[in-house]
Design a binder for this molecule. Structure first.
Ligand SMILES: Nc1ncnc2c1ncn2[C@@H]1O[C@H](COP(=O)(O)OP(=O)(O)OP(=O)(O)O)[C@@H](O)[C@H]1O
Ligand SMILES: [Mg+2]
Length: 205
């Protein structure tokens, strides 16, 4: 199995941007958000169970998940949220694990936004990389990219681990307060480090 690094960070911290830069250097990237989208696309593997549990109101005309309807449904109802997670999370984990095991690059990045909140990747993740920036930067970057208001971004952040708690659990931290060049330089250095760690693990067997 490739050496596996779990990548996490708060909303808009720069996880996807950092992963793209690692991928440019040849790292395999397994993105659990992407897996979730594929599972809930038209004819996605989770759609049968979701339709059965939640009914037609959450299914879009093309057979994919109606995300807006589902968000509204689970927002105020913890039981419904748990029900959705009980369907999706095991499927996401199984597919993520399959992809990590299939990776042929020296090391693989596993992107899990809530890695430290919901965990459960302890058996495949050997190291944790946290992408970190100031909360004001998270908000600014997220608002300028999405339809979310500052208020909604703040409420999402409130449901995630505070910055300090996340950093405490990190083996490596990328400081993404600077520009993209600053990010690129840190990715280059960590890439070398991960190649060395992967090689050391390979030698140990
Ligand atoms: N160092 C940077 N300088 C300028 N813009 C950046 C930088 N890093 C990321 N961004 C921009 O900030 C936004 C959020 O970054 P990105 O999508 O990588 O974060 P994310 O952690 O993957 O977010 P999400 O939690 O929504 O998946 C994007 O529009 C991205 O282009
Ligand atoms: Mg992202």
């Amino acid at each position: 199995m490739s050496y596996c690094i779990g990548v996490t960070g708060g909303i808009g911290s720069g996880k996807s941007s950092a992963a793209k830069l690692f991928a440019e250097r040849g790292a395999a990237v397994v993105d659990t958000d992407e897996i979730a989208r594929q599972l809930t696309a038209p004819e996605g593997d989770a759609m049968g169970a979701i339709a059965k549990a939640f009914g037609p109101a959450v299914i879009a005309a093309d057979g994919s998940l109606n995300r807006t309807a589902m968000r509204e449904l689970v927002f105020a109802d913890i039981t419904r949220r748990r029900q959705l997670e009980a369907i999706l999370h095991p499927m996401i984990r199984a597919e993520a694990r399959r992809r990590v095991l299939a990776a042929t690059s020296p090391y693989v990045l596993l992107l899990v936004p809530l890695l430290l909140e919901t965990g459960r990747y302890g058996n495949i993740v050997q190291r944790i990389l946290v992408i970190d920036c100031a909360e004001s930067t998270q908000i600014e970057r997220t608002v300028s990219r999405s339809q979310l208001s500052e208020e909604s971004v703040r409420s999402i952040m409130a449901a995630q681990l505070p910055r300090e708690k996340r950093r405490e659990q990190a083996d490596d931290v990328i400081d993404n307060n600077g520009d993209l060049e600053h990010l690129r330089g840190q990715v280059a250095a960590l890439h070398q480090r991960y190649l060395e760690l992967a090689e050391a693990k390979r030698r140990r067997g």
